[in-house]
Design a protein around this ligand. Structure first.
Ligand SMILES: [Zn+2]
Length: 859
């Protein structure tokens, strides 16, 4: 069987060598061809079209019975229809399914390289230990789950190798849209890779153990579980104890091999739901994370003198302690050292899975069965998502998201009563007596982050990621928790729900769907599209692209019918063909339109799509990528602009709107500075000169000129400081009320906060008056300038926190969350929060979308 070196021409981990995707794929295909212990396939495509490779490795006998073992794993994890005796019998028969993935964070280069060595070892090693692994375990090995990123990172390394820029920061994201946030997408599942992985994890394989490899620790050589607090209470305690078992076995293996610098219960908690490892917990899977040091093929000497005395959590870097009993003393590390640590971690997981095979198989059933029982005995029993929604397609997308993640959702066949209230037929019901109850519950209920302090009365300790995320809130979905038992005729959804658009034809008639279809003849006339659904904007973008005439109704005329809401899109279908286009768009996007009558009724200015510029910094900015992704999902065309484009000026000739994603003014103005010093431990050099610098003074002047001459600048969160600090004029009277408060006075790490929206403001057309804003160390504005329009304010202190953690609510309460600031002939839309954070807050997307049309006067 081919060893990696024989195929690659070098050994994975060799200095200055990184295999790219085609080399890794080639190796796995050769291994597959040579071995009946290895089966390699593609589970789908990445965002940029590369294969998502899956290598299944076990004994040839197990692989011959693979369908049977997969079926056992699925049935145990899904619980339904199994008795306890059935589960014991299946656990006795089955094989432990262990998932090991690599390369998610492509800049953490060692894991994708070690995958080849690991595969070869598991397939060929004839030691008693490895035979036991092959007999008892089916390894589902994913050589790289971010193949696009692997090629970007390897290409950048090769391009800068032996130059003064070797190991410099890559100036773009290592996943097309979301870079490092590709490990924050596992409940939302927006990206192609995430969707493939969710399907593999929660539909196809249902592994008992998942091991996700990263590289981000120093001075310790590796972090291995157990994890530190805080603990997410939705995770079953048996899962937490199983993590400790696997982590303990790994830790012991490291010490028995004499590998020093291994730390546990440090930094990486289990609170956050959304990384591949943590979302697994909410599916009763034992999720393991390691963070290995030294993420480069360039050797580097880590000097003891650079080590801090203590880590942030007080663990000494030199004195042995329970969680760090064998501190690393520094020295030179090679890529091979990281590869070796990862191999030890992987083999430790496989060994403990082989030894506890039956126990892990029964365990996933046991936890699932217990969760079903909790759903029957504990409140809430269910969540009802009624059809009366402000944005019904967004509610359907929420249900789809739950289902993609393996959640069970039902539909009510008839009206029913729960907690004394009547719900319509067609309501979606998320029963909590389901095996993945933790997953469903966690996306519907508010998170209450514990008040973690550095010491009694000390400063708050931020969460590892965000503190609260309640997806139903973020998406503006009305979901009602049902506290008591109820009876309803329910049918389990097999397919993702879709919302059929409706065209209403009479001023007072609200048709049912069948009626609407009968009336939805392609009749020319004036149609009003309800802007409360985000999909209305996608429909309008399609219609504008097809050349239809669209206006926006700023106010409701006295003779208007029910479709005349603030900001309704008035679409004129002049011909049967245009009416057909409109009908199709309405149906496809699941939105509501009213046929008002003949076009002569209308006297509103036409709109056209704004010419949108989206700023991209050479300090790769994930918020920029997410903005791109959201714009594309709803059919907004945009042009990416870099420093040079902005500095060239004349922006009004090319653009109507310029979007500045959240990024500090310093990063925007200066970018990578020529005198930049290292920002991380390990090999590092400054970026090539063409990627140094920001928009600078000339770019800032061009931005001011753009707005002054009539352009619209949209600034998210940190980027709003750019206008406040550097634009002068009206901005001298706009301040951020919370930025400079100390953390004991005001503190709000990633949380969901309530805002009150002025739905009469054009920037807020289509919004509900009450919305959830994603706040992450964000901004609350104050101004005494009467020309500034307040579009949204933070709610009163007692109602402000919806999910997460907030200290000093009174400091933010009533402050402006979104300001529309006139500046010269143009304006700046100043967002205090993140309206598009990680593609999740569908409830605030419209605050961005409304800014992306302009009057088509004279064009
Ligand atoms: Zn990572």
């Amino acid at each position: 069987m081919p060893a990696p070196a024989g195929v690659l021409g070098f050994t994975p981990g060799d200095d200055y060598k990184l295999a790219d995707f085609s080399q890794i794929k080639d190796y796995f295909e050769k291994l597959d061809a040579a071995s009946d212990r290895v089966m390699v396939s593609s589970a789908g495509k990445s965002t940029e079209g590369r294969d998502m490779l899956v290598a299944v490795i076990s004994s040839d006998a197990n692989l011959r019975e693979l369908a049977r073992y997969k079926d056992i794993a699925r049935r145990l994890a899904r619980v339904h229809g199994l008795s306890d005796a059935d589960a014991h019998a299946l656990a006795a028969e089955g094989k432990a399914i262990v998932w090991i993935d690599n390369g998610l964070h492509a800049s953490e280069v060692a894991s994708a390289q070690q995958a080849m060595t690991l595969a070869w070892r598991v397939a060929t090693d004839e030691s008693p230990e490895m035979r036991a692994v092959r007999d008892n375990v089916i390894l589902v090995l994913l050589p790289t789950i971010n193949p696009d990123g692997l090629d970007k990172v390897v290409d950048w390394y090769r391009r800068t190798l032996n130059t003064p820029h070797q190991d410099s920061a890559m100036p773009w994201l290592y996943q097309k849209y979301i870079g490092h946030d590709n490990n924050r997408d596992f409940y939302m599942q927006t990206q192609a890779e995430t969707r493939v992985l969710s399907h593999l994890l929660y539909e196809e394989w249902l592994p008992e153990i998942l091991y996700n490899q990263h590289q981000g620790t120093w001075p310790p050589r590796i972090f291995v579980p157990p994890f530190p607090d805080p603990f997410n209470p939705n995770i079953d305690p048996l899962i937490m104890r199983s993590i400790d078992l696997v982590g303990g076995a790994m830790l012991r293996r490291f010490e028995s091999e004499g590998k020093d610098g291994v730390i546990s219960r440090h930094e990486f908690s289990t609170w956050y739901d959304g990384s591949i490892r943590t979302t697994a917990y909410f599916h009763n899977i034992v999720g393991i994370l390691t963070e290995t040091g030294h993420a480069s093929a360039t050797p580097y000497t880590y000097a003891r003198a650079d080590f801090p005395r203590e880590l942030d959590d007080g663990i000494s870097t030199s004195e042995p302690s329970t969680n760090y009993p064998n501190p690393w003393k520094g020295g030179t590390l090679h890529l091979k050292d990281a590869v070796d640590y990862m191999l030890t971690g992987s083999l430790g997981v496989l060994d403990v899975a082989a030894k506890y095979r039956e126990s892990f198989l029964y365990g996933i059933y046991q936890v699932g069965a217990r969760q079903i029982e909790k759903g029957k005995s504990d409140a809430p029993r269910a969540y009802v998502i009624p059809p009366q929604q402000h944005d019904l397609p967004a509610a359907a997308l929420f249900v789809e998201t739950l289902m993609r993640g393996g959640g069970e959702v039902h539909r009510a066949d008839t009206p029913f009563t729960a907690d004394g209230k009547v719900y319509d037929a067609g309501s979606w019901v998320v029963r909590l007596d389901q095996p993945f109850r933790p997953f469903a519950k966690d996306l519907l209920e508010p998170q209450r982050y514990p008040d973690v302090r550095s010491s009694a009365g000390g400063t708050p300790v931020p969460p590892y990621d965000v503190a609260g995320w309640t997806l139903a809130y973020q998406m503006g979905v009305r979901a009602v928790a049902i506290q008591t038992p109820f009876d309803a005729m329910l049918t389990r959804l097999e397919n993702f729900p879709s919302v059929t658009g409706r065209i209403r034809t009479g001023p007072d008639s609200v048709q049912d769907e069948r009626n609407a279809r009968a009336h939805a003849i392609a009749a020319p006339g004036l149609y009003l599209l309800d802007p409360s659904a985000n999909q209305a904007f996608a429909a309008v973008n399609a219609l504008l692209a097809a050349g239809l005439s669209v206006s926006r109704a700023a106010t409701r005329p006295s003779d208007g019918g029910p479709g005349w809401t603030h900001g309704a899109f008035a679409v004129v279908a002049r011909t049967p063909a245009e009416a057909e286009l409109l009908t199709t768009a309405v149906r496809q996007h699941g939105v509501v339109a009213d046929l008002i009558g003949r076009p002569k009724v209308i006297a509103l200015p036409r709109i056209r799509p704004a010419r949108i510029a989206l700023y991209r910094s050479w300090i790769a900015n994930i918020d920029e990528g997410w903005t791109r992704w959201v714009l594309e999902q709803f059919g907004f065309q945009y042009t990416t602009v870099t420093n040079a484009d902005i500095q060239a000026g004349h922006l009004t000739d090319r653009f109507d709107v310029l979007i500045m994603p959240s990024q500090s003014p310093r990063a925007v103005l200066d970018g990578h500075r020529p005198d930049e010093t290292r920002s991380r431990q390990g090999p590092w050099n400054p970026v090539p000169v063409e990627y140094q610098g920001g928009i600078g003074e000339s770019g800032l002047a061009a931005l001011k000129t753009f707005v002054d001459a009539g352009g619209t600048l949209v600034a998210f969160d940190q980027a709003s400081d750019l206008a406040i600090e550097h634009f002068g004029g009206v901005f001298t009277r706009v301040h951020d009320a919370v930025q400079r408060l100390d953390e004991k006075t005001f503190f709000c790490p990633g949380s969901v906060l309530r805002i009150a929206v002025d739905t009469n403001a054009p920037a807020a057309f289509g919004m509900a008056p009450d919305a959830a804003a994603f706040f992450a160390g964000s901004r609350g504005f104050e101004t005494d300038d009467p020309s500034v329009v307040s579009v949204a304010r933070y709610a009163p202190a007692g109602e402000l926190l919806m999910s997460g953690w907030l200290l000093g609510a009174d400091k933010l309460a009533g402050r402006h969350a979104l300001l529309d600031v006139p500046y010269g002939k143009g304006r700046v839309l100043l967002f205090g929060f993140r309206p598009q954070f990680r593609g999740q807050p569908h409830g605030t997307f419209k605050l961005l979308f409304n800014a992306l049309y302009v009057k088509s006067v004279g064009r």
